[in-house]
Design a protein around this ligand. Structure first.
Ligand SMILES: Nc1ncnc2c1ncn2[C@@H]1O[C@H](COP(=O)(O)OP(=O)(O)O)[C@@H](O)[C@H]1O
Ligand SMILES: [Mg+2]
Length: 478
């Protein structure tokens, strides 16, 4: 492992007080369950745990140093490992992140949006890696600790840095983007997600547009020309960015979709990326991902990386578990296809997932089955937004709808009687009916907000029926 931080730079960045001898620092950790030998451990206080309770464990796992606050400075045996003592551990991590940002020559790309952040971040990582050392957020680490952690982990020789930024409230993206200081800022799309907290989609757009507050001089905004909020976002971008680059199907988009063939396991795309014609395969299915991929390739070109190599790399993209991963399961008399979208849901991703279900052809005598759980955090509009899915359900040729949760009742009642499978208040009550309903040839898509607990339905299906074909299965982080 190469050195990520010298002890001197590490301590200086945080202006900390050192106790003991710091071993070579090869990584940064805030969680002892995933800590690797050589990591510097930051004892951050989370919602449920205080990292200070895990410092001893961190040293047992080979931590090179632990960063703790003054209140805990005397709590540990100096023989167990070195400490850096700071007034506040999260502030210390931020300071280290700022040192990483200050020392880098990398092209820095920031991504936000209501949906598509993590998928686009992964795609950018794969695409840019072909042109040079690329550093990107792990998993969905996009919040007040995820962003400074990702910065602090950025190696000095990074050429491309990709940072996901998320939010639940106004002001959060502003704070994150000022740390990241992107040269290229992407907003994937703006949708009614977290409507409960924002009230209107326009307010969500304004909160996303905060990403431009951290844009570096000469910075570029990459915006979705197909999104109704495009003009609103552009107005803010114009005040901060030197240039706005649009992507989408819209006439005149700078990164423009020219033609697409949607397949059950991938999409084949012809696009014009800022004047360069590109033909590529995107390795995960769904039209929505094709849209995101235009932003990805635009950013690749703007970052000065090799567009052709990037386009080739996108064939390696795979749908992660819970976000569109498909598995073929054996049932008596044949197989069924399971589309696992159980990780989360909002009106935009629900429509995208129904589209995906539509795209997937059932087998002989098979049916399209949708198992949908409540979309949460939608506030007063919840009932209407659920009922409004009746159209997309019909457009997707869903033969049978299983619905769970109080909001989904509105949708269930809005679909024709012949297409109703069953409605239940909780996924526990629904799972058995779903498992026993399946027949050879069926395609089944399971989706709902995390809090609606649709994951257990996927697990129950996997437990009931063995995997027939692992070829499309992935376990990647989302
Ligand atoms: N542009 C888009 N429009 C609609 N749904 C999308 C879009 N991009 C991604 N999705 C869907 O949204 C869900 C979350 O995707 P992900 O990339 O993890 O987004 P985020 O990190 O913003 O939560 C997935 O089910 C994905 O297929
Ligand atoms: Mg994410």
């Amino acid at each position: 492992m190469s050195i990520l931080w010298t002890a001197a730079d590490f301590v200086q960045a945080m202006d900390g007080r050192v106790i003991g001898d710091i071993k070579p620092i090869t990584g940064i950790s805030i969680d002892t369950r995933t800590l690797e030998a050589g990591d510097a451990f930051f004892a951050i206080r989370g919602d449920r745990f205080d990292g200070h309770d895990f410092v001893v464990k961190a040293f047992e796992s080979g931590a090179s140093v632990a960063v703790v606050d003054e209140a805990h400075a005397d709590a540990f045996d100096p023989a167990a490992g070195a400490l850096v003592v700071v007034p506040d551990v999260l502030d210390g991590l931020r300071a280290l992140g700022q040192a990483a940002r200050a020392r880098t020559d990398a092209r820095i790309i920031g991504i936000t949006g209501s949906v598509g952040k993590t998928g686009s971040k992964e795609a950018l990582k794969i695409a840019l890696s072909r042109s040079g050392p690329t550093h990107a957020s792990a998993a969905s680490y996009n919040n007040h600790w995820g962003v400074p952690l990702t910065l602090a982990r950025m190696p000095a020789d990074t050429r491309y840095g990709v940072f996901e930024m998320g939010m639940n409230a106004p002001g959060e993206i502003a704070a994150l983007t000022r740390q990241v200081r992107p040269q290229i800022a992407i907003i994937t799309t703006v949708e009614p997600v977290h409507l409960e907290f924002f009230g209107t989609v326009e307010k969500i757009a304004d909160a996303k547009a905060e990403i431009f507050e951290g844009l570096e001089p000469g910075g570029i905004a990459v915006l979705n020309a197909d999104n109704p909020q495009f003009e609103r976002l552009s107005a803010v971008a114009r005040t901060r960015a030197e240039r706005i680059v649009s992507f989408g199907e819209a006439e005149g988009a700078d990164a423009r979709l020219e033609q697409v063939a949607l397949h059950p396991d991938c999409s084949c795309v012809d696009a014009d990326i800022l004047g360069t014609k590109v033909t590529y395969k995107y390795g995960a299915p769904g039209r929505h991902l094709v849209g995101n991929s235009l932003a990805v390739l635009a950013a690749v070109k703007l970052a000065g990386a090799d567009l052709a190599l990037a386009a080739v790399a996108l064939a390696d993209m795979q749908a992660p578990r819970g976000r569109g991963a498909q598995t073929v399961l054996s049932v008596p008399g044949g197989t069924i296809t399971l589309i696992d979208e159980s990780y989360n849901a909002n009106p935009a991703s629900m429509r995208a997932a129904l589209d995906l279900l539509h795209q997937t052809e059932p087998g002989f005598r098979g049916r399209r089955i949708a198992v949908l759980g409540d979309m949460l955090e939608l506030g007063e509009a919840a009932e209407d937004l659920h009922r409004a899915l009746a159209g997309p359900v019909e457009d997707a040729f869903v033969d049978l709808l299983f619905a769970c949760g109080p909001h989904m009742r509105a949708l269930y009642d809005a679909v024709p009687q012949t297409r109703r499978g069953r409605h239940a208040q909780t996924s526990d009550q629904l799972v058995k009916s779903v498992v026993t309903e399946l027949q050879a040839g069926d395609v089944i898509m399971v989706k709902g907000s995390l809090g609606s607990r649709m994951g257990p339905i996927v697990e129950a299906l996997r437990a009931a029926y063995p995997v027939a074909d692992k070829t499309t299965e992935t376990a990647g982080a989302a």
